[in-house]
Write a protein that binds this ligand. Structure first.
Ligand code: PLP
Length: 452
C-alpha cells in the first residue's frame, strides 16, 4: 500500500515557534522611524507589547502559550500529503509532498498568527483590533481569532476583493467582525483617496493605512497585521515544524520547497525551520523557490531598498524588495499576492543567496490549479495556484532529467470562496496582466530618502 497521508498526534505538536533571527549570518537591517527616518528599534505604538518583543527577539525558540496551543488544536496538526495522483498524471519520477493548511476553520494558514495576535492583545487588556485584508483570508482568520478570545474587530477589505468575494465578508460578519470596503469614508486616508478617484479598486497598502489610522486614533484598539512582519512569520513556523517531523516519518528530506509569497508569511512559516539546516551547512543544496505573480513582482523586479509598508507612510520604513509603496497592482484574482513589498526576513535571505524567486502569469496558475483539482481533488486558492504552477514545472523538469527529486509544496489554502475566478478561467474569460513597468517606475520615484 502506498502511503498517502502523514499525520502527527496532537501531543507531538510544536510547543515553541522557531525564530530565525537567532541564526541569521548577518542581522536584519534596523527599522526606520516613518517620520524621522532614523534607525529605531521600536515601531509606533501599534502592536501588543508581547508582539513588539517578538519582533526583535533573538531567542531561537519562543514558547507558544497554552491558550494558543489549545485553540491550535481545534484544527492542527495539519496533514502532510503525498501527491501520488498528480505525480502519475505528470508522469514524473519526482516525489511531490504538500502540507495542506486549508483545513483551518477560515480555510488558510492565516489563523496560525491570528489566534496568537488575538490572544496577546486580549491578555494586555485591548477591547478591539483593526486590520486590513486583501482576498479576505486574513480578515476571516482574524475574525475567528477575535471570536475565540472575545475581541471586537474592524476589517478594511481591499475594494476589488470586497466586490469579488461577498461570502468572505459574510464569513467575517458571522464570526462577529465589522468589514468595510477600502478605500472607505471612515478614515482620512480613505476619504482623500476617494476624493481623487471614487472608483479606486484599493490595494493592500491603502487598506493597511486605513487600519493603522483607526488603531492610532483610539486607546482601546491595536493594529494586527496578517503578513510581512517578523512576529507573523514566527507564528507561521508551526507549519514548517510540523512538516519537518512528518517528513522524518516519511523518511525523506526535500530537495526543493515551493510556496507562494504575498507578504511571505505562509511560505516563510514553512521554510524557515528548513533554512536553519542550510544556514548551518547541513543541507547546502536545499532549494527554496518563492513564487509571486508577474503582475506584482516585488522580488524578481523590485529593488532591495528602504520603503514604507503602507501608502500613507504611517508604518515603519523597512529594507525590502519593493515596487514602491504607492504601487497599485492590477486586479488579479490572487488578492493576497497584491502587496508592493515583501517580508524583510525573506528579502534578507534572498539578498544573502539562501532562497530563490520566480514570477508567474495568472492564466498558467489557474491551469495548474485545475490540474491539481482534477488529480488531488483539492480546489486551491488562486494564491496557492502560483505555488502549484512552479511545483508542476519542477516535477516536469524531473521528467526530462529522470531525477527523482523530493518536492515539498506549501499549500496555503482552499479556493471555495474563489469560484467566480475559476468560472472566468473555465469559460475562457480570464486573462493575463503584463508586468506594469511604467506604473512601477512611477511608484519607485517616490521611495523615501533615508539618511545613510
Ligand atoms: C491562501 C493564501 N495564500 C497565500 C497568501 C499570501 O500571503 P502570505 O504571503 O503572507 O502567506 C494569502 C493572503 O491572503 C492567502 O489567502
Amino acid at each position: 500500500m502506498e502511503r498517502t497521508k502523514f499525520i502527527l498526534d496532537e501531543k507531538d505538536m510544536p510547543t515553541h515557534w522557531y525564530n530565525v533571527q537567532a541564526d541569521l549570518p548577518e542581522p536584519l537591517p534596523p527599522l526606520r522611524h516613518p517620520a524621522t527616518k532614523e534607525p529605531t528599534r521600536l515601531p509606533p505604538p501599534l502592536f501588543a507589547e508581547a508582539l513588539n518583543e517578538q519582533e526583535f527577539s533573538k531567542e531561537r525558540w519562543i514558547e507558544i502559550p497554552d491558550e494558543v496551543q489549545a485553540v491550535y488544536r481545534t484544527w492542527r496538526p495539519t496533514i502532510l500529503h503525498r501527491a501520488h495522483r498528480l505525480e502519475k498524471a505528470l508522469d514524473t519520477p519526482a516525489k511531490i509532498f504538500y502540507k495542506y493548511e486549508g483545513t483551518s476553520q477560515a480555510g488558510s494558514h492565516k489563523p496560525n498568527t491570528a489566534v496568537a495576535q488575538a490572544y496577546y492583545n486580549k491578555k494586555e487588556g485591548m477591547k478591539r483590533l483593526a486590520t486590513e485584508t486583501g482576498a479576505g483570508q486574513w480578515g476571516s482568520a482574524l475574525s475567528m481569532g477575535c471570536m475565540f478570545f472575545g475581541l471586537e474587530l474592524k476589517v478594511y477589505m481591499v475594494k476589488v476583493s470586497y466586490n469579488q468575494k461577498p461570502y468572505r465578508r459574510l464569513l467575517m460578519e458571522t464570526w462577529g467582525a465589522k468589514c468595510v470596503p477600502s478605500p472607505s469614508p471612515d478614515t482620512q486616508v480613505g476619504r482623500d483617496i476617494l476624493a481623487e478617484n471614487p472608483d479606486s479598486p484599493g490595494s493592500l497598502g491603502v487598506a493597511i493605512s486605513e487600519a493603522l489610522e483607526d488603531a492610532l486614533s483610539r486607546d482601546d484598539t491595536k493594529y494586527a497585521i496578517g503578513s510581512v512582519v517578523n512576529h507573523v512569520l514566527l507564528h507561521q513556523t508551526v507549519i514548517g515544524l510540523e512538516t519537518k517531523k512528518l517528513m522524518e516519518q516519511a523518511d525523506v528530506y526535500p530537495d526543493i520547497i515551493v510556496g507562494c509569497v504575498g507578504g511571505g508569511s505562509n511560505f516563510a512559516g514553512m521554510y524557515l525551520p528548513f533554512i536553519k539546516d542550510k544556514l548551518d551547512g547541513t543541507k547546502p543544496d536545499l532549494r527554496v523557490i518563492n513564487v509571486e505573480p508577474n503582475a506584482a513582482p516585488s522580488m524578481t523586479k523590485g529593488p532591495y531598498t528602504w520603503d514604507y509598508g503602507d501608502v500613507a507612510g504611517l508604518a515603519p520604513i523597512v529594507m525590502m524588495n519593493t515596487l514602491g509603496h504607492n504601487f497599485m497592482p492590477p486586479p488579479i484574482h490572487a488578492g493576497g499576492l497584491r502587496y508592493h513589498g515583501m517580508a524583510p526576513i525573506i528579502c534578507h535571505l534572498y539578498k544573502l543567496g539562501f532562497v530563490e524567486a520566480q514570477a508567474v502569469p495568472q492564466l498558467a496558475t489557474f491551469e495548474a490549479g485545475v490540474k491539481f483539482a482534477r488529480t488531488e481533488g483539492i480546489v486551491s486558492a488562486p494564491e496557492t495556484n502560483h505555488a502549484i504552477r512552479v511545483t508542476i514545472d519542477e516535477a516536469l523538469k524531473c521528467r526530462e532529467t529522470g531525477e527523482a527529486k523530493t518536492i515539498l509544496l506549501c499549500h496555503s489554502g482552499h479556493g471555495h470562496f474563489d469560484m467566480a475566478a475559476y468560472g472566468e478561467y473555465l469559460s475562457g474569460r480570464l486573462h493575463d496582466y503584463e508586468y506594469p513597468e511604467d506604473k512601477v517606475k512611477e511608484a519607485l520615484a517616490s521611495l523615501p530618502e533615508v539618511p545613510a
